[in-house]
Write a protein that binds this ligand. Structure first.
Ligand code: AMP
Ligand code: ZN
Length: 475
């Protein structure tokens, strides 16, 4: 099966032709770990997890290497560590280790809850583990005439790479006009970017030929990607905000160091996420973390909600969308219930063939809205087949849900998690219903209405029928 992916480099859908079919290699820029990840950060994780699943299915689970790094060296981390150190009376380095450790674990928990496959430890490299490689690459870049040392810094000389800007297709002049470039006396050109910078005694740093200091952000990815995936790999991904300057600079560094060998053949960028029509920001008060969302919504609902929009489009994250995603998922799971025991093990690519229209949709530049439409069709067929006692389509349907990362345990458990929860224990609700029935018998309608309205305010809807009163949680 051929997989076609939109390549930012060529601005068209290109067929994925792996450099090595026995080891298809993908790198996606991971989080900077100093705080909870927000729902925008979840977008690349979910999108590239779908691609990872597709690649594993097509090439075999053992023939795909997916690296997603952890940026644990960064000035925002250092600033947070300095605050914590002052508050707790510990060193900045101790605070940095504590913050990055806790945040990384939280991130792994969040992405697991979103149904993303876990990556082997070695494929989630921390920048701190690769500093010596960064020093080495910077040395190579200096020797090759692509970088220069000045006042404790090392800078990449963008004028040394005539095709600098080829990913974002911008000339140096356009970049300078559009970017907030830091003008510094030690830079030859304002667009030159930092490979290494000095650290004062209180700031985390490593010894280097240019003095004690720390790497810039871009070099971290070039080194981790190169170390784990080789000079050239198949796919490089991240959010569209990273195209310039981060990915442009990764290309300049890696190609500069590897005699022009391309860093990646296909570059993929997911569109941005906004919340209820507005850019998400702490100052607007609409900054939502994955962790906070998971308190109210099961991870599968968040995942489906993300995938209902094609990854290259902007996505508007809304409460209405989440409710609709939950409704869809509940409808789907209901159709998968009776045959669930025949489903594959959690987090395993099924041994059975996956519904071909689903794979076709995903192979066309990860067309998840189309894939979801196909799952809808399959669900209708499963529903029909279940009613006539034929299991095959139901199994195929639950396999499709598992493949898409929307089902990872027993269907009944998933349904339990997905359905809105009552805010009162069942016994309390039964007691209120009994009190209301008594009030109605005594013709005390003011009291019976009050009980009904009180329960409704708590999200519990009463329904009177010929056999008595039943209830359900308001949707
Ligand atoms: P960061 O930790 O800010 O470097 O972001 C980690 C990943 O999340 C990168 O791939 C970003 O492009 C992506 N990202 C950050 N904010 C958003 C957003 N609002 N919408 C979509 N992707 C985002
Ligand atoms: Zn990166």
């Amino acid at each position: 099966m051929s997989i076609r992916l939109h390549n930012t480099l060529t601005r068209q859908k290109d067929e994925l032709v792996p450099l090595d079919k026995n080891n298809v290699r993908m790198y996606v820029c991971g989080p900077t770990v100093y705080d909870f990840a927000h729902i925008g950060n979840a977008r690349p994780v979910i999108v590239f997890d779908v691609l990872y699943r597709l690649l594993r299915h097509v090439y075999g689970p053992d023939h795909v290497t997916y690296v997603r790094n952890i940026t644990d060296i960064d000035d925002k981390i250092n600033a947070r560590a300095a605050e914590t150190a002052a508050k707790k009376g510990i060193t900045v380095e101790q605070a940095r280790v504590e913050i990055t450790g806790l945040t990384t674990q939280q991130y792994f928990d969040d992405v697991a809850a979103l149904g993303c496959l876990p990556l082997p430890e070695k494929n989630t490299p921390r920048a701190t583990e690769y500093v010596s490689g960064m020093i080495e690459m910077i040395g190579t870049l200096i020797a090759a005439g692509h970088a220069y040392a000045a006042e404790g810094h090392v800078l990449y000389d963008v004028s040394s790479k005539p095709d600098y800007g080829k990913l974002s297709r911008r000339s140096l002049d356009e970049m300078m006009a559009g970017a907030r470039v830091e003008v510094a006396p030690y830079k030859k050109n304002p667009m030159d970017f930092v490979l290494w910078k000095p650290s004062d005694a209180l700031t985390p740093g490593w010894e280097s030929p240019w003095g004690r200091g720390r790497p810039g952000w871009h070099i971290e990815c070039s080194v981790m990607g190169g170390a784990l995936l080789g000079e050239t790999f198949d796919i490089h991904g991240g959010g569209v905000d990273l195209m310039f300057p981060h990915h442009e600079n990764e290309i300049a560094q890696s190609e500069g160091c590897h005699h022009g060998a391309p860093l990646a053949n296909i570059w993929m960028h997911n569109g941005f996420l906004q919340v209820e029509g507005e850019k998400m920001s702490k100052s607007l008060g609409n900054f939502i973390t994955i962790n906070a969302l998971l308190k109210d919504w099961p991870g599968e609902v968040l995942r489906l909600n993300m995938l209902r929009t094609h990854y290259r489009q902007p996505i508007d994250w809304t409460l209405a969308g989440l409710k609709e995603s939950r409704r869809i998922l509940e409808e789907w799971l209901l159709a998968a219930v009776p045959m669930s025991v025949l489903g594959a093990a959690p987090h395993e690519v099924s041994k059975r063939p996956i519904y071909p229209p689903l794979l076709e949709a995903l192979s066309d530049d990860l067309n998840t809205p189309k894939a979801i439409a196909e799952i809808h069709k399959l669900r209708n067929s499963a529903f029909h087949h279940r009613s006539i006692g034929a299991a095959n389509t139901v199994v195929e349907f639950s396999d499709a849900l598992r493949f898409f990362g929307l089902l990872r345990d027993e269907v009944t458990d998933a349904l339990d998690r997905i359905r809105p929860k009552a805010s009162l224990p069942e016994e309390a609700i039964s007691a209120f219903i009994a009190a209301r029935t008594a009030a109605r018998k005594a013709k005390n309608f003011a009291e019976s209405d009050r009980i009904r309205d009180d329960l409704l305010a708590k999200g519990i809807v009463l329904m009177d029928g010929p056999t008595g009163t039943t209830w359900e949680v308001k949707k």
